[in-house]
Design a protein around this ligand. Structure first.
Ligand SMILES: *Cc1c(COP(=O)(O)O)cnc(C)c1O
Length: 427
């Protein structure tokens, strides 16, 4: 996790980990663990890497809300003038509560309900990214009932291999996402013929944690091929949405620099625009690359448990707090917030949940004792948002650090809240 923004925001001073101007150990002492901590400076730096590369070009960045939907985090981006990419009406409500504008929202997702469509139309979202003919039919019906025309883009599946984990690759023929490339032209004709829809764009999203630019360029070339066909059929495409998915450094990955990625994509699309004499706006939908390395999860070592084959460090965070290791076999760097002189040993870092899959890191060399606080790095994306109450564990608090200021972005849940909506049987 050594991209420059995050290494600046998270740094060590005399062996002690700091989040901007605040010691991580102090945060753990004050707010308890497990605790998610985000750096405003790291969020802003990642945002500016995108926004600065887009400056002066016809391009707009939409923050993928599902990666981190805390209102304080969304508000940091809303203040910068971000657009947002949502996948549910719930996320739309969050964007609006965080100060975002519906007119800057694109609505993605493969299974939108009629009710979600109605809410999004009434709020005035900018575009629906539609994934199938039945979804076009439903949206046409709902818009008709409201006496409106819904702005639509079709998510096409370019069938390129993003070279990432199978659970997070979405642009292959075998995936549930998008309209098949070979059917896209006909699907656009169908959309253009529906009275309550207005075709405005085209989009794709080929996967997540992508660490090379070439799969994007392959996808864009195929999308541009389609744009030519769709326009030959008389439907004009005003924007091209290249989706999200840019990877980050968790361990030793070497993802492209954000600015270089943005400029390469824009140059490719501009070259096509110049050839066809039609300028189009380009949308980006980054999630992980904006928030992933702007957050960490603090956890306390409860017990060290030596074993015949393995030593375990049993910590107070678990798979319900951070699901990525259990779910994707994902690597997160783990380090003590205060260095100690004790001899290092190799541990599996595991949580208290009753599942053998409840692990956070395997075979880590750590100099630690019970009671020490550990930082699990790169936890800002798909961290808290994927957390659950499994084992009736209250979810962690979330803190946003801004310089030396500490903002409680979400209070820790308490157990009474967890079953407040439940009822025992009547007599
Ligand atoms: C998840 C998702 C994103 C964001 O992906 P990242 O890998 O977090 O950048 C963008 N667009 C769509 C449609 C998504 O489903």
């Amino acid at each position: 996790m050594t991209d420059s923004a995050s290494s600046h925001a998270f740094h060590r001073d005399h062996g002690t980990l700091f989040v901007e101007g605040v010691s991580a150990a102090d945060l753990a002492a004050q707010f308890g663990t497990p605790l998610y901590v985000y750096s405003r400076a790291a969020l802003s730096a990642a945002w500016h890497a995108y926004a600065d590369a887009c400056a002066g070009r016809r391009a707009k960045v939409h923050v993928a809300v599902k990666a981190n939907s805390n209102l304080a985090v969304l508000n940091v981006f809303a203040r910068e003038g971000a657009g947002f990419d949502i996948v549910s009406a719930g996320e739309l409500a969050r964007v609006l509560a965080a100060g975002g504008k519906a007119a800057d929202v694109v609505f993605s997702g493969v299974g939108k309900t009629a009710r979600e469509m109605r809410e999004a139309l009434e709020a005035g979202v900018k575009c629906f990214n539609v994934e199938s003919i039945p979804e076009l039919d439903r949206l046409n019906d709902v818009a008709g009932q409201l006496g409106m025309r819904a702005p639509v883009s079709l998510r096409v599946n370019p069938d390129v291999d993003p070279k990432t984990h199978p659970y997070i690759s979405t642009g292959l023929k075998a995936n549930k996402f998008g309209v098949a490339f070979d059917e896209a032209r006909a699907t656009y004709r169908a959309a253009a013929a529906m009275p309550h829809l207005e075709v405005v764009g085209i989009d794709c999203h080929i996967g997540s944690q992508i660490t090379e630019i070439s799969p994007y360029l392959d996808a864009i070339d195929k999308v541009l091929e389609l744009v030519d066909q769709i326009e030959a059929d008389g439907t004009s495409i005003r924007h091209i949405d290249v989706g999200g998915g840019l990877g980050i450094r968790y361990d030793d990955e070497t993802p492209p620099d954000i600015g270089e990625f943005v400029r390469t994509v824009l140059d490719r699309i501009d070259a096509h625009s110049a050839k066809t004499g039609k300028a189009r706006e380009v949308y980006f939908e980054p999630g992980r690359s904006l928030v992933g390395n702007a957050g960490l999860l603090l956890t306390t070592v409860e017990f060290l448990k030596p074993g015949a084959e393995k030593n375990f460090a049993i910590v107070d965070a678990a798979m319900n707090d951070l699901a990525r290791p259990a779910m994707y076999d994902a690597y997160h760097a783990i380090e003590p917030v205060a260095e100690r002189a004790a001899p290092a040993q190799t541990y599996d870092v595991v949580g208290p949940v009753c599942e053998s899959g409840d692990w956070l890191g395997r075979a880590r060399t750590l100099a630690i004792e019970a009671g020490d606080v550990l930082a699990i790095r790169s936890a800002g994306a798909y961290g808290f948002v994927m957390s659950s109450n499994y084992n009736t564990r209250a979810r962690a608090a979330e803190i946003l650090v801004d310089g030396t200021r500490v903002h409680v972005a979400r209070e820790r849940e308490d157990v009474a809240q967890l079953f407040a909506g439940e009822r025992v049987l009547p007599d």
